[in-house]
Write a protein that binds this ligand. Structure first.
Ligand SMILES: Cc1ncc(C[n+]2csc(CCOP(=O)(O)OP(=O)(O)O)c2C)c(N)n1
Ligand SMILES: [Mg+2]
Length: 437
């Protein structure tokens, strides 16, 4: 038992994640000799020496390519400053994976947001135009969104990640922080890069589109506007814990996260119900920081009993529930796959009353103005709060609609027309075209 616990702790350190031990309940009842020599305290993460030969090879590759693009993952968490210095010195546009969101400020002009279905059109297009991919501390799983025709440099502390998602020309095993520091020391500054200028203007256009989205005239509560208001109101040291569902897409687009904040999600976007436990864990670990969770009604109702835990342990936090009585993310997934919608409705639950019944604070929200006021009002709450928001069904369109999705939407539209004798309600043509062209 002590040996296994020791191993679990060492594994958690070396893989920089969470180790889970499942212990049969008869084990703790056994008497054992108390003579185990734990070595966890002197455990060190392997200290890789940076080899200048590899650094120079990477710099050389960067010199002969005019359109390099950076894809950064959570491996830059201890190298936020170095990553910033690196992209600024070499004039590099940067894409961040969803779990790394905010490690370089979302509103930094070189930042193209995320890549993939939930990403930006700018990231998609610049990836297609790039001629060199520089991967920093990432195991980005949606490999079809990478440009596989181009050369690549990859930096990772874990050797098994090198070359896993993309063929690499220069692979450097080491700590991102050390590697970037050395590249910055040895490399020549790039004064002007037309590719970066194109990226900056693409992204500026994307951001102005997003502004159109959350500023449009509407009835009811618009999720895009809610996320925008949450983003502009939350403190600089806030922790966001965002669930899986449409909130993942709205959060990615309408929250501008900062390196001083923390943006927590289910890393591979699979675990519905993660926002509330993520908020509870964040508040336990970082008790002095404000915590904001956002979850869909489906996701929240999977774990809502844990709200009682937040009340029980006096964990102040603001939980926004996007109450659309629907598994909306699945609604759009079915449509883009060309299926008619089925099995996606949810019961009408009053989450505000539920919160009150648990001994917390609950408020029902029916307008964007009320939401903005509530977020301001509960900024320094000393109790857990649920904001039960009756949101309108707003389509989280992909940044770039790929051909298969376009065919799926067309098939869904035709099916709907035949079955229901009417055209389905779709987002305005202007919004669809932006994503498609
Ligand atoms: C445990 C789990 N079950 C199912 C899914 C598939 N899934 C992804 S998003 C989603 C719907 C989320 O609905 P809701 O929480 O109401 O958020 P909405 O999309 O309506 O905003 C489902 C069922 C998942 N990711 N995880
Ligand atoms: Mg829902």
């Amino acid at each position: 038992m002590p040996r296994i616990v020791d191993e679990a702790i060492r594994t958690a350190y070396s893989k920089q994640g969470v180790a889970v031990l499942t212990i049969p309940d008869d084990i703790p009842a056994h008497m054992i000799a108390d003579n185990f020599n734990a070595n966890v305290d002197n455990f060190k993460i392997e200290d890789y020496q940076v080899d200048d030969k590899e650094i120079k090879a990477a710099l050389e590759l960067m010199k002969i390519h005019s359109n390099p693009i950076v894809l950064a993952g959570t491996g830059i968490r201890n190298a936020k400053k170095e990553t910033l210095d690196f992209i600024e010195k070499f004039k590099l546009p940067i894409i961040q994976t969803m779990p790394a969101k905010g490690m370089v400020a979302d509103d930094h002009p070189y930042n193209l947001g995320q890549l993939g279905k939930l990403g930006t059109k700018a990231a998609y297009e610049m990836m297609q135009k790039a001629d060199l991919l520089i991967m920093l501390g990432t195991d980005y799983p949606y490999a079809p969104y990478l440009n596989h025709k181009i050369d690549a440099i990859q930096v990772d502390i874990n050797g098994d990640k090198l070359g896993k998602r993309h063929r690499v020309n220069v692979a450097i095993q080491g700590e991102t922080q050390k590697v970037l520091k050395r590249m910055i020391e040895l490399g020549d500054e790039v004064k002007e890069r037309p590719f970066l200028n194109t990226a900056i203007s693409h992204m500026a256009q994307w951001r102005s589109w997003m502004k159109d989205v959350y500023s449009k005239n509407h009835e009811g509560v618009l999720p895009s506007k809610m996320f925008h208001d949450l983003s502009t109101t939350a403190q600089d040291n806030a922790v966001f814990s965002i669930d899986v569902g449409t909130s993942t897409a709205f959060g990615a687009r309408f929250i501008d996260a900062k390196p001083t904040q923390k943006y927590t999600i289910s890393a591979w976007l699979g675990t519905m119900g993660c926002a509330l436990p993520g908020a509870i864990a964040s508040k336990m670990v970082l008790p002095d920081r404000p915590v904001y969770a956002v979850a869909g009604d489906g996701a929240f109702s999977m774990v809502m009993q844990d709200f009682a835990t937040a009340v029980r342990y006096k964990l102040p936090m603001v939980i926004t529930v996007l109450n659309n009585k629907l598994l909306a993310f699945i609604e759009y997934e079915q449509q883009s796959a060309g299926q008619q919608n089925y099995g996606i409705s949810l019961p009408d639950i009053d989450f505000a009353k539920f919160a009150e019944a648990c001994g917390g604070i609950g408020e029902r929200i029916t307008t964007n103005e009320q939401y903005a006021e509530a977020i301001e009002k509960y900024k320094n709450t000393d109790r857990p709060v649920v904001l039960d928001v009756a949101v309108t069904d707003e389509a989280p369109l992909p940044g770039k609609i790929v051909m298969d999705e376009a065919k799926g939407y067309a098939k869904f539209g035709m099916g709907h027309l035949i079955d229901k004798k009417s055209m389905p309600e779709l987002p305005p043509m202007k919004e669809i075209l932006r994503s498609f062209l």
